[in-house]
Design a protein around this ligand. Sequence first.
Ligand code: SF4
Ligand code: SF4
Length: 295
Amino acid sequence: MKEIVVISGKGGTGKTTFLGYLATVMKDKVLADCDVDAPNLHLMLKPKIVQSERFIGSKIATIDDTKCSGCGWCIPACRFDAIQSTGNPCLGRIKIDADACEGCSLCARICDNGAIDMKDRYVGDWFVSDTSCGTMVHALLEPGAENSGKLVAIVKQKARMVAMDQGLQLILVDGPPGVGCPVISSLSGASIAVIVTEPTSSGLNDLERVLDLLHGFKVGAAIIVNRCDINVGAADSIERMAMERGVDFLGKIPYDDILAEEMAKGNVVDDRLNCPAIDAMRQCWERLSALLEEL
Ligand code: SF4
Ligand code: SF4
């Protein structure tokens, strides 16, 4: 089974636009939207949810006031300052700051009265959906919630199971931006990572970081420069850098008002659209397709 992960190093480079195009031209695949903090592939593909599951990100400490003696042992034990005395027994002697609690369970272990219980913390949902481009596994994490890497791993695992059930050999992954834990999780088992970047100094800087990450994890990379005409010199520099680092360069996509208008309407962008950006995406796809054959 092959897995193509489309990443960007930074947000807003047009990663999901290109992935949406790939979703329309690639056959017999499962889609996995691993950008769980800020997913937007569903805006294009308008999925019909067929399975929905809650995601337990971690645990949270809860106090049983009827068992708490107010001894205060748990307060200094919490290194995250999540436990405070209320100063008013009528309100319960102790309270937990849910935002500060990291779910480490230390307080529950040291409470001799058994007054602290660790409960599941639901911080999001994941879904299996039907789309016009095939089955999509996707998720949504609550704002500010942690453990997005764990949720990404669930999305990928479920996508692999769907692919096996349907007898498909390809998974197309919309990866998260950046180089953090969710990106690393999305790259697990990747056959190739396609990096969509832009010709700006921050784009170049983030590209270098993401290439170093891929090198560390021994995942092959291929680069696309989106909106290449906003800085032709920088776009050329990225192409040269790709050559120097021995990274495949798939092509450059120009800024295109027609494409931008279709995206603003929430439409899928595919080969029916007659514009320079789609022509460039088609060439990128043809080169990527050739690379996949070699894998
Ligand atoms: S250690 Fe247990 S009994 Fe003591 S204050 Fe904390 S929760 Fe209450
Ligand atoms: S579970 Fe850990 S972080 Fe949460 S309140 Fe208890 S000691 Fe603090």
